[in-house]
Design a protein around this ligand. Structure first.
Ligand SMILES: Cc1cc2nc3c(=O)[nH]c(=O)nc-3n(C[C@H](O)[C@H](O)[C@H](O)COP(=O)(O)OP(=O)(O)OC[C@H]3O[C@@H](n4cnc5c(N)ncnc54)[C@H](O)[C@@H]3O)c2cc1C
Length: 438
């Protein structure tokens, strides 16, 4: 039986935001400021916190603690109600959101407007065999598991008599040379190099990371050939083997198989490519492209009156250049700001405005105190770009206490080696899908 959870006086406006990530939290914060106090703002999210994804590779590399990259939704918003639950269905005919509580009770909540900000899910089924042993980097748990398993593989290798198995345990493959692939490969290499000296049994062996990218150059998001080349040089200098114009055809229990016909024996496969539509979005049976729900310029979902979508789950045209917005946190937060203004305009009987945004810059931290950046059209690379990356992302990290914790961790990670504690986690990570939780 579905229970109703409606504590709202009849006729009052309720806006339900599905998702407590960059888009959902920013929208709730802006609506709190723009809408009258009697408007009920509800955030429904599978987790009680926002994950600051740009710093997840640093958690993998053990330069910062996992809890430093998560900020609780209840501390980021003031009067919005936060419901930690998995939304299972949007009933457009009845204007109700259906969700399941932790003990499995099905509950429905009516809405005046619903905003989908539920992100996208990692697609681990695109490559045969990947879903059973690949890691995706989307959640804090994924990042903890990856760092932990790198240490675990070193422990296993140091006790392994067979040289071939030792090499396999010390090898990791990262699929995808976009931002997250390059960043995670860089931080994994830093971690492996930093811990190697604590394993004297392995001094004759070299840990190996291979970055597989199907395009001609890494970091295509930068649209700057020289910066991509710089990144490849630095990655190679950091001991990472970069294979361009290569794809993975399949993954089995021992190795990754490539289009070139080669195989790489490895104990760790990280995938940063492939996303598919969120099940909640697919279920709506509305027009989608590349797994994202198509919206109008004002972020209203095509063919609906009170359904809106922002962030990674939405395909929103950018009035600034006429192109669809990229799936980045930078765009997700800007869309949330504009949507809050649009919802205010609608409540005042005014027209909503199209989304228009010109990104000021783009940065990637590629490991070994190196970064690449394009800020206001100026290209930067190396240690200056790395300091800039740290400064900008520290400023963007929510809450003062998180900023302080991260700044202190960074300071400590300079003179001290990484913590090599291996936690015995129960099983492999979640495969990171935003659709599956954590
Ligand atoms: C490793 C990594 C590094 C990145 N680095 C950068 C960077 O440097 N700069 C940048 O701009 N972008 C970066 N990104 C991209 C950025 O993380 C995304 O674009 C951004 O998170 C999108 O925000 P969102 O709110 O749409 O989705 P998300 O932040 O993914 O939030 C989705 C929310 O929806 C919730 N949810 C999902 N399904 C349900 C459900 N059924 N019911 C209830 N709640 C649900 C989730 O729990 C989550 O809270 C990076 C991404 C990764 C993975």
């Amino acid at each position: 039986m579905i229970q109703s959870h409606d504590a709202q006086p009849p006729g009052a406006i309720r806006i339900i935001i599905v998702g407590g990530g960059f888009a959902g939290v920013t929208l709730a914060q802006c609506l709190e400021r723009l809408l009258p106090a009697e408007t009920d703002i509800v955030v429904m999210s599978m987790t009680n916190h926002l994950v600051f994804t740009p710093m997840l590779p640093e958690v993998v590399g053990r330069t910062i603690s996992p809890l430093h990259v998560a900020a609780p939704g209840r501390q980021l918003t003031r009067r919005a109600r936060w419901i930690e639950a998995r939304v299972s269905r949007i009933d457009r005919a009845a204007n109700e959101v259906h969700y399941a509580t932790r003990n499995g009770t099905a509950v429905s909540l009516p809405y005046s407007h619903v905003v989908l900000a539920c992100g996208c899910a990692a697609d681990m089924d695109e490559i045969p065999g990947l879903s059973s042993r690949g890691y995706a980097l989307k959640t804090v748990i994924d990042a903890i598991a990856m760092g932990n398993d790198i240490i675990g593989n070193f422990e296993a290798a140091s006790a392994e008599p067979d040289a071939r198995q030792r090499r396999r345990l010390l090898s990791a493959v990262v699929i995808g040379g976009g931002f997250s692939g390059v960043e995670v490969a860089g931080h994994m290499a830093d971690l492996m190099r930093g811990i190697h000296r604590f394993y004297p049994e392995l001094h004759g062996e070299q840990p190996m990371i291979t970055l597989i990218h199907k395009g001609k150059s890494v970091l295509p998001e930068l649209q700057h050939h020289s910066l991509s080349e710089f990144a490849v040089r630095k990655l190679r200098g950091n001991g990472i083997t970069v294979q361009l114009e290569t794809s993975v055809t399949s993954v089995d229990s021992q190795a990754v198989h490539l289009t070139s016909g080669d195989k790489i024996e490895t104990a760790m496969v990280v995938s940063t490519v492939g996303t598919h539509g969120h099940p909640l979005i697919k279920d709506l049976k509305l027009r989608m492209e590349k797994g994202r729900l198509i919206t109008g310029p004002d972020m209203q979902v095509e063919g609906t009156e009170n359904l809106w979508a922002i962030g990674d789950c939405a395909l929103i045209p950018n009035a600034h250049d006429g192109h669809p917005c990229p799936a980045t946190a930078q765009f997700a937060t800007q869309q949330a700001r504009q949507l809050a203004k649009n919802l205010r305009s609608i409540s005042d009987g005014l027209a909503a405005k199209p989304f228009s945004y010109h990104a000021h810059g783009i940065l990637a931290s590629i490991g070994h105190r190196n970064a690449v950046a394009v800020i206001y059209g100026i290209r930067l690379s190396g240690i200056i770009a790395w300091f800039l990356w740290r400064g900008i992302y520290l400023a963007k990290l929510p809450t003062f206490s998180r900023k302080l914790e991260v700044a202190m961790s960074w300071a400590c990670s300079m003179p001290f080696p990484p913590n090599i504690v291996e936690l015995r986690l129960p099983e492999k990570p979640t495969a990171g899908a935003a659709a599956t939780g954590t």
